[in-house]
Write a protein that binds this ligand. Structure first.
Ligand SMILES: [Zn+2]
Length: 179
């Protein structure tokens, strides 16, 4: 009987001690939740997951079609890809600033995540405009189009059939470089 009591006492001590001694595990890492769109482009191999690494950078961004600026300040456009997206910003930059929450994410990811397309021939945004489609990065024309991967603080202008390129360049904001 005594041995049983000792065993029960020992077991009790062990259980109580375990409660304090066994590590409870690391707090869950805050991970970006992939959207259905993200899952599709990863599984199709269009975006190479092995090239993605965590970082968080921004670029200012404006898109024009036939001289009219595309309005991205719409909640339907927010956060459609965890990798590259617009989101509501409290500094007034909503709809004018792209957030890249990873490395090596090309511009097409943003466009396609919201049902648009940015190609060499055509820009499909609120309208489909083909012909003279151009990308400017920090004022300089760039041939990357949808494959362009921006750097932190880039000022990006995408324009189709522009009426006034210099005027459009001047409208691109510079929120990102202030961060
Ligand atoms: Zn951000």
């Amino acid at each position: 009987m005594k041995a049983t009591h000792i065993a029960i006492a020992a077991l009790s001590v062990f259980i109580i001690a375990s409660f304090f001694l066994i590590p409870k595990g690391q707090p869950a890492q805050k991970k970006a939740v992939l959207s259905d769109f993200d899952a599709r482009i990863l599984s199709s191999g269009r975006l190479n997951q092995s090239l993605l690494k965590a970082q968080h950078i921004h670029a200012d961004f404006a898109v024009f079609a036939n001289g009219k600026q595309v309005d991205f300040n719409k909640s339907a456009y927010y956060g459609k890809s965890a990798f590259l997206h617009m989101e509501p910003d409290d500094d007034g930059s909503t709809g004018k600033k792209l957030h890249m929450h990873s490395t090596n994410v090309p511009l097409w990811v943003f466009f396609e995540s919201i049902g648009m397309e940015f190609g060499r021939q055509c820009l499909v945004a609120e309208t489909k405009d083909c012909g003279n489609v151009m990308l400017f990065v920090n004022g300089t024309q760039n041939n990357g189009y949808g494959d362009y991967v921006f750097g932190n603080g880039d000022r990006i202008l995408i324009t189709a059939n522009p009426k006034d390129i210099d005027g459009e360049k001047a409208i691109v904001t510079s929120y990102s470089e202030k961060q």
